[in-house]
Design a protein around this ligand. Sequence first.
Ligand SMILES: Nc1ncnc2c1ncn2[C@@H]1O[C@H](COP(=O)(O)OP(=O)(O)O)[C@@H](O)[C@H]1O
Ligand SMILES: [Mg+2]
Length: 388
Amino acid sequence: MITINQRIRENAEQLSAALEDHMMKVFAPDARKELRLFSAGEAAELLGISASFLRKLHFDSKIPDVHMTPGGRRHYSASDLGQIREILETTAKTAGAYKRGRREGDKVQVLSFLNFKGGSGKTTSSVHTAQRLALLGYRVLCVDIDPQASLTTLFGYRPEYDFLQSGTIYDAIRYDDPLPLSQVIQQTYFAGIDLAPGGLMLQEFEHETPQALLNNTQPPFFARMATALQEVEANYDVIIFDCPPQLGYLTMSALCASTGVLITIVPNMLDIASMSQFLQMSADLLDVVSDAGATMEFDFLRFLINRYEPNDGPQQQVVSFLRQMFGEEVMVAPMLKSTAISDAGLTHQTIYEVDRSQFHRQTYDRAVDSLNQVNDEIESLIQATWRR
Ligand SMILES: Nc1ncnc2c1ncn2[C@@H]1O[C@H](COP(=O)(O)OP(=O)(O)O)[C@@H](O)[C@H]1O
Ligand SMILES: [Mg+2]
């Protein structure tokens, strides 16, 4: 006979050992992740110019040389793209034609990816949005407020080793002697993205908040994320919260700091039913928070359909049902279900990081197109709040 706690502990130990083994294979303890180079076609698309114009800029020596493959193809690093963008901007007729980040008077955009269901694609969509925006030249801060810290892992950290005791966003929002957020922010290997890591410590915030409310510790839980962000927000155009799959104090604090909310949703009836409960609960909780003095004004709220299979009849029905109900609140572009996305995830990568040659070309292109459309729609929402 074996007791359930013994069995679970054994399972936990086995799994932990196997995961560590896997992590060692995926990346050695001190091997840093590195961002790949981009082809001329990709570079032109990211800069918003044609491939022939990019070639001409090189021909006329208007822009610096970049890495050349033995086969004579140009490859661009993210910092090459940044330099070229600066040069293009100085020659542009209208300001901001190439540098689309925020200008004086524009408020920082704070986006929360939300849903209380795990596996609905919060982390996947938030990381892809962050990366696409960074590649387009935006200065992005990712904030991982999920104790499970999947986003932190995607950036090449091992939360259970690297930030076991300290170093997560928890340090900047805790009630007892919080640190300035700048002290927990990490520069990542991905040019243009900084990270406030997540980790198990974040769970403390859920445990400590009831007592802090009784003690009337200031600022209250719902204002603590916004307060922490104030110190650093001038350094970013966009701040992205990857929320945990629950409506706890962490999520509510992120919502109170947000200007835009993206609710990820898998289009099947079971998920819609649970989303209905989720929306009810959110509304009730947010009422309580508003009564306590929080102001929550979003520039936009959108439902982001994930794992969409265009040939699946029932899914199509669910999507059109959602569109009828919520109208423009359902994003036009869905995130397609794609093995390229899940396969990239297996090695802690995104579709923007993996090499196209590792995939079936059509599968890869379909996934990239779908994510670009989603992220470019999010970019236009951001631009719209800046009145452009
Ligand atoms: N569009 C998609 N196509 C295929 N797999 C996906 C897609 N979106 C997410 N996944 C996979 O589903 C799993 C859960 O997604 P994740 O983003 O971690 O969800 P959440 O953060 O909401 O818990 C991950 O393994 C991810 O790679
Ligand atoms: Mg997640």
